[in-house]
Write a protein that binds this ligand. Sequence first.
Ligand code: ADP
Ligand code: MG
Length: 242
Amino acid sequence: MISIQNVNKWYGDFQVLTNCSTEVQKGEVVVVCGPSGSGKSTLIKCVNALEPFQQGDIVVDGTSIASPKTNLPRLRSRVGMVFQHFELFPHLTITENLTIAQIKVLGRSKDEATQKGLALLDRVGLAAHAHKHPGQLSGGQQQRVAIARALAMDPVVMLFDEPTSALDPEMVNEVLDVMVQLAQEGMTMMCVTHEMGFARKVADRVIFMDRGQIVEDCTKDTFFGDINGRSDRAQQFLAKIL
Ligand code: ADP
Ligand code: MG
């Protein structure tokens, strides 16, 4: 579903991604972890074509991002993205937040978009909040709306960039529960997160990044089961977070 092929990216003189390659199969859940500044957000934004890269290619469901023929807005509409900060539209109601892109980007009717949006809102346990504005919801609730909003576009993959790291601790689980459910339903997911409980529960693979490189790319069982077999940098990182 996602093929990252020898991607190199620079910000000016600074190389932020070095020879990054990996694949994510349909239905697979891949957790990306690593120290702050290691390039996790940049890599995930490249998958959504939110950041350009200078070398290599990323192919999402058969569509090459590097190909000049690719319609990038169309590709982005098929890749769901959930950020650390919820980025809901503050002046719109929850229903409007859930429907605006369906209507404007996918050309759905207001009725169809509303039906879909409300069904997804129900799925994340927030049906009673449809008429509210984002500011009236807690951080955890807003993040669940952000996930529902991304799902409303019928994405072929979902990307998450530290979706729980800005939340108060008591709200982390309600968001992780939604992500676990999605994973168990077979969604293809690439998740930057340091929630190793989530990784242990649903990840198929764990990628560890350091200084712009993919240092480890292995099954969850290998990653957690044989810590001594991991690279020094991964061991140091795990010692801090586990
Ligand atoms: P992570 O998500 O792993 O914390 P990032 O992908 O955000 O790392 O950043 C990787 C590196 O790239 C960091 O050193 C960061 O300072 C740098 N960086 C990120 N965005 C930019 C930018 N727009 N311009 C220049 N440097 C950037
Ligand atoms: Mg980041």
